[in-house]
Design a binder for this molecule. Structure first.
Ligand code: FE2
Length: 168
């Protein structure tokens, strides 16, 4: 992929985001299925819905720009998703500790997406692509929202992981 300008950089970030979001969808669905806490399961399900909208938003951006996403994902992105899959596949686990691990893994994903949407939004703004910047801002706001809902939920989930008798 050529990298000669800020526009090339934006195209690269959008392609990485598109690939990352598409890979996130089955991962979120898998995390949701192994969550013990029903609030966590609901949150992961609703974020999978948001992720579908974010993928559609990225498709619309590529359409508006008259281009298509290039193939590729960074090693970091692949590693984050692999961590989630490994946590979901663990056999010998305390369900409360696993819920705490699921929240941490989901937050790693969200923070990565927040960085990517934030950079892409800023570059689109600098390039005068106002509509693209505004679509990216909507997804960035959703990612921030998911991150803070996960942080809030972690307060009670971590307590139960520490003292499982609180779950009763
Ligand atoms: Fe997300």
């Amino acid at each position: 992929m050529p990298l000669h300008s800020l526009h090339d950089l934006l195209m690269r970030e959008l392609s990485l985001l598109s690939s990352a979001e598409k890979q996130s969808l089955p991962v979120l669905e898998r995390l949701q299925k192994c969550a013990d806490n029903p609030r966590l399961a609901r949150l992961l399900r609703s974020h999978a819905e948001e992720t579908r909208e974010q993928i559609a938003r990225l498709d619309r951006i590529f359409l508006d720009l008259g281009t298509r996403p290039r193939n590729g994902a960074t090693g970091g992105m692949r590693g984050l998703r692999q961590d989630c899959v490994e946590i979901a596949a663990m056999a010998d686990v305390d369900p409360h500790a696993r819920d705490a691990a699921l929240i941490a893994a989901a937050q790693h994903l969200e923070h990565d997406e927040i960085a990517a949407y934030g950079c892409a939004r800023t570059w689109a703004k600098l390039l005068g692509l106002r509509q693209v910047a505004s679509l990216l801002q909507r997804s960035l706001d959703e990612e921030h929202g998911m991150d803070s809902r996960l942080s809030k939920l972690a307060e009670s989930v971590n307590k139960v992981a520490l003292e499982p008798e609180l779950a009763a």
